[in-house]
Design a binder for this molecule. Sequence first.
Ligand SMILES: [Zn+2]
Length: 141
Amino acid sequence: MNTTCPNCQSQDTQAVRMVIAAGTSTGLGHGVAMATGGAALAEFATTSKTELARKLDPGPAPSIGLLEFLGWAFIPLGLFIGFVMGASGGAGWGLAGLGLFLAVIGRSVTSGKKADWTQRSAEADRSWVCLRCGKVWEPQL
Ligand SMILES: [Zn+2]
């Protein structure tokens, strides 16, 4: 595989995944941050990346969105209220309907984000970066 930079012909190039792994600091920093809690750990891990690693890293896979989460939570809650209140349970059925609506909308938002991330991640797996000029490209096998 030819990994010479197509932009400046430099041999000083590296696989993107290597840059991300090398640019993400571990060890003491994590230990110190962990003492102050999970949120601080995540933030610390992010800020301890080098500028280049941060630019190239697609990050963790997106999790379920808030909208979809609320949707799935509203459905059983609404059904429960509807069943418990019987004839006067209109609000419950309405809530379940709203939940279904949110879940459907939220699902499409979530899957859009996932597709976007999958593509970015696959590109990061294939790409190399020039450490001299910063060019990112996909070497032909
Ligand atoms: Zn270059």
